[in-house]
Design a protein around this ligand. Sequence first.
Ligand SMILES: *[C@@H]1O[C@H](CO)[C@@H](O)[C@H](O)[C@H]1NC(C)=O
Length: 445
Amino acid sequence: MSTLHLSFLFLFLFLCLSSTVHSIGVNYGTLANNLPPPAQVANFLKTQTIIDRVKIFDNNPDILRAFANSGIAVTITIGNGDIPRLTTLIEARRWVVANIKPFHPQTRINYIAVGNEVLHWGDQNLISNLVPAMKTIYHALIREGINDIKVTSPSSLGILRRSQPPSTGRFWPGQDKQVLAPMLQFLRESKGPFMANPYPYFGYSPKQENYALFKRNRGMPDRYTGIVYTNMFDANMDAVHSAMKALGYGDVNIVVGETGWPSVCEGPPCSPQIASQYNYNLVNHVESGKGTPLMPNRTFETYLFALFNENLKPGPTAERNWGLFQPDFTPVYNAGVMRNQQGGSSGGGGSVAPAPGRKWCVPKPGATNQQLQANIDYVCSSGLDCKPIQPGGACFKPNDIRAHASFVMNSYFQAQGRHDFNCDFSHTGVITSVDPSYGTCKYAS
Ligand SMILES: *[C@@H]1O[C@H](CO)[C@@H](O)[C@H](O)[C@H]1NC(C)=O
């Protein structure tokens, strides 16, 4: 095999590895009047973050169109109120033809969530129609020739009558055999996941702060299994697993439909720092592939809540402050989801406060590859050292235009005297106070 072939092989392996390690998604809620257009959101997620899947709470066609050919998978949600009428095949097929077919498969729709936390919020009529609607929508998809979309339904942990210790987790009688067993049977047959929404935030107590935030703590023993739990997330997940297993469905895969921590709320404990600790440590925990004590070596697909702060959400302050990002894409805190924060340079998690006075120049989310390539060409022909972004250089990986442009645009900005206009690059650069360094790639400041 020639050297050229070998380098292609390595490049191929690198691309495979770098594109399969992530399993982090985000809930893209839109109850706000100041959010950027969906196309910008898709571009931002794709180029700046490790997030490669989103979940929306409706089937907004603008969003579905914006994510076409983006490589980002989309979970759409059927509103609770639509559940009863979608129990007939004719209605369900009509719905699929109107709402899925125009976008599939250009937009990769991975799941249809039938309702949201129906067992928690729904009345008896909705609850009894839930599983029939899931099955009917699934059949409607098959009839329309679509067999790569799974049908599921997210549940809050209110479905658990008992969750502690985790091995004793059980569903509520009245919902277990009547609703959850048929749902799990359907999920097993259709190879769909059970979607659960664990929120250690709602289980917080001051004594368990470290346990909730994945920080060092004494742990909580499960006296029936001898397992000592070191974080509440694992305990929640294993409680759900135990409840499923008690019904005979321990083999059905679990996806985390929502989890997160608000950065502002009325009562303690909310701050960008605490939200950062939860989310950053959660992302690392999930991505480590460790799984949980009862589900070892699993990587749970996990949808963080939420992408943006949503200024029109009613209710307590926390409701408007679940976002990882402000509507202008500024991170509210470090959640460990930015591409250029991967690689461990910010290790330990929870780093929020930018270094005072230090600033860096990076590409704007909307800048195109063509513009960014022009910036690289310009900077590298101006005499600046571009070796770090060449093969073997500290900033060569990830080998993509945005990452390379980011490094050299900053080098130029710093070398020219750090004036705002040194970061203009025909309106494609923006100054940030968040250090973009990662791994071995150190940005000048
Ligand atoms: C999980 O991974 C560890 C380390 O690779 C291995 O020793 C263990 O047997 C695995 N456990 C299961 C249940 O696969």
